[in-house]
Design a protein around this ligand. Structure first.
Ligand SMILES: *[C@@H]1O[C@H](CO)[C@@H](O)[C@H](O)[C@H]1NC(C)=O
Length: 327
């Protein structure tokens, strides 16, 4: 198993706000005690046509691409071999699926490039989606490609979902209101560099929170070391987090009875962590990314020939907590 040789500080444990109790109850916790019993390895060809070979659990264990490390869950890629057929990597899917709830992910490290090449070729994502894509919806909580320096939060749905974003952080832009299909509706805050990639990692990561109700889907980010209302120790012995104390979200997607009834567009989501290369997003925009285009003519050429560029291309997940309200 991989034992990355670095340390990181835990978030200071902050008591949940005095007084008001959360409406949420803990449903599941995934961490170094159970993660690989609760997530399956996806081994199909990449549906987004990436230059990637998703390996099974046995191969990941043998080659050190996944395992428990540093008190968390390591999900990595091959950074030793050149390849002409796709870089070995890991994509895992939760066995359980959820409709609505509060999802708290404490992440110490996310995939980023090593050295001077930015994160060229990489397409990491922490996301969730339901059956019959895109008709049960998709929520991309953490996602980006290539030289992107802050996080993109995106919804994908079937036809008939147009959202607004009142109450998102100043600086967060809704790039398109229509969430339909591959394009989806993305919110992006260019100034929030600690939310993604090498800057996220340099600060020791942090905690992402997603609240999904019938009214809105909201994403918050609490950098490590911040005084946050979300405890880093996701544990049944602590009071559940209370989103009413979280402050202004990084991105709020607000539906509406006719513009986007969320209950009709989002259901039964499985959680996914993956690290892809090139493909329908990172590969498609390679030539328009000056940093990356300077490295090689094609995304696949760079990713195949430069294993050492991906030594930092791993997730280290401390825990994921799932909370739901009584209906
Ligand atoms: C690298 O290549 C060697 C030789 O083919 C192989 O045994 C090894 O499993 C590969 N490493 C990874 C991490 O895929």
């Amino acid at each position: 198993m991989v034992r990355p040789a670095f340390g990181f500080a835990s978030l200071a444990l902050t008591a949940s706000s005095a007084g008001a109790a959360s409406n949420y109850n803990m449903v599941d916790v995934f961490d170094s005690t159970n993660f690989f019993d609760e997530f399956d390895f996806f081994t199909q060809p990449d549906p987004t046509h990436g230059f990637v070979q998703y390996v099974d659990a046995a191969t990941a264990g043998r080659d050190g691409l996944a395992g428990y490390a540093e008190g968390g869950v390591y999900l990595g890629v091959d950074y030793t071999n050149t390849t002409t057929t796709g870089r070995p990597s890991v994509r895992v899917t939760s066995r359980k699926s959820y409709t609505k709830g509060l999802f708290i992910a404490d992440i110490a490290h996310m995939p980023a490039g090593a050295g001077g090449s930015g994160s060229c070729g990489l397409w990491p994502a922490f996301w969730m989606f339901g059956p019959g894509w895109p008709n049960s919806g998709e929520v991309d909580i953490i996602e980006g490609v290539n030289s992107q320096t802050s996080n993109s939060v995106t919804l994908h749905t079937g036809p008939g979902c147009s959202v607004t974003n009142p109450g998102s952080l100043p600086g967060t832009k809704l790039l398109s209101p229509d969430c339909q299909g591959h394009e989806g509706c993305t919110q992006h805050n260019l100034g929030a560099s600690n939310t993604y990639g090498a800057s996220f990692n340099a600060a020791g990561g942090g905690v992402y929170a997603l609240e999904w109700t019938d009214a809105a889907i909201k994403v918050w980010f609490f950098p490590r070391g911040s005084t946050s209302p979300v405890s880093s120790s996701i544990s049944s012995s602590l009071p559940p987090p209370d989103p009413s104390t979280f402050g202004t979200p990084l991105a709020a997607f607000v539906g509406g009875p006719s513009s986007c009834p969320l209950a009709r567009h989002f259901a039964n989501h499985n959680l996914v962590f993956n690290t892809a290369f090139c493909g329908d997003w990172a590969g498609r925009v390679w030539a328009t990314d000056e940093t990356c285009a300077a490295l090689a003519a094609r995304c696949e050429d760079f990713v195949g020939a430069n294993p050492e560029a991906f030594a930092q291309a791993y997730w280290l997940v401390n825990s994921v907590g799932v909370y739901q309200q009584e209906e």
